[in-house]
Design a protein. Structure first.
Length: 95
């Protein structure tokens, strides 16, 4: 799975919402890939409710991972803003 790991305009500072939005999009792609991997391993993830529940749980796990990475940054206010924005954006992607 390919993921873009560099900003197009790296010299400009990025807001918390921009970083969280990018992280949420990457989390969405990783969750989609996890479903494909589970199906390839012959786990049945049925379309519909079961599919969305799997993606929900996986996104929650990835948001938690993002929070841990933000915690390592050390700035508590940035961490709270990032985690909140990432969770909201992930929910919008899921909806």
């Amino acid at each position: 799975m390919r993921i873009k790991s560099r900003w197009f305009k790296a010299e400009s500072p990025k807001s918390v919402d921009e970083v969280a939005g990018a992280a949420a999009f990457i989390a969405w792609r990783v969750a989609q890939n996890a479903v494909k991997t589970m199906r390839a391993a012959r786990f049945e993830v049925a379309p519909g409710v079961q599919y969305f529940r799997f993606v929900e749980e996986f996104l929650a796990f990835l948001v938690l991972g993002g929070d841990r990475i933000a915690h390592a940054r050390g700035d508590e206010a940035w961490r709270v803003a990032f985690t909140t924005a990432m969770a909201r954006r992930g929910g919008e992607n899921l909806a």
